[in-house]
Write a protein that binds this ligand. Sequence first.
Ligand code: NAP
Length: 291
Amino acid sequence: MILLDGKATSARIKSQIAAQVEAMVQVGGKRPHLTAILVGEDGASKTYVANKEKACAAAGFTSEVVRMPATTSEEALLNEVARLNADPDVDGFIVQLPLPRHINENRVIEAIDPRKDVDGFHPENVGRMMLGLPSFISATPFGIVTLLEEYGIETSGRHCVVLGRSNIVGRPIANLLSQKAKAGDCTVTICHSRTKEIAKYTREADIIIAALGVPEFLKGDMVKEGVVVVDVGITRIADSSEKGYHLVGDVAFDEVAPKASYITPVPGGVGPMTIVSLLKNTLKAAINRQS
Ligand code: NAP
């Protein structure tokens, strides 16, 4: 079994990005700038945004967090989105999800200028991605594909089972892996909460992408020998540690790892690859804007 080390891989990519940024700055270019809007006090969202800020600093980007209270109206958030769309210093920005219930997420995402939509959630970017046209690919699927490529994992002709059909992970990764492209050409099956006998599909899979948000859903007896497993799930489980929680993935790692040829750990797998993919998108947005 080989560990798909997202931490080491993302660190390597981050230092390549940092070198590219310094080269841009040396010829008079501007450092890429990423802004994150954080609405409310959700603990996980705060951690994700803090990690994104840290990654920006490591890559030589400038960054900023716009913090808004949980009581922010949809109109006030849309005004902030409009301000960032118009701000020439901002190359890309994200609105950290989830948003408070009274705000319509789709309306907010659709208000983002697609050229600054480095999360790749705007319908224009999603549509372009599906057509295989240049676009911002959303960070988690982009990170997964990059990880598979970095480890030279063959995808062509292989059967990939994606567990989960969300707009931000399941469906885009299923689309990317089925495209006629590098790190594509898979035969893809998507499973979700209405799928009957999921194990019937996972046992036949050469590659499994688990993106359910159900801790340790994928058990050892649900996979075949040699399977490649990418665990996207992150669930916080409360404990008595200093942090007060630990992270658990969607895969029962101890059972599945001995049968797998490659597997991601949680943490240290898809999470860091997601963040570095956001940096890649922001760098691309900055290059697009400066050229
Ligand atoms: P989501 O929007 O809640 O979608 C979950 C999907 O899993 C849905 O399609 C749901 O089916 C399906 N599902 C849930 N329980 C199931 C079950 N028991 N059997 C079969 N299917 C089931 O979640 P998400 O945003 O895609 O995120 C999934 C996980 O990935 C979460 O743990 C999240 O924290 C994590 N995540 C990690 C990263 C990262 O950077 N590592 C990024 C994003 C998300 P239905 O459609 O039928 O409801």
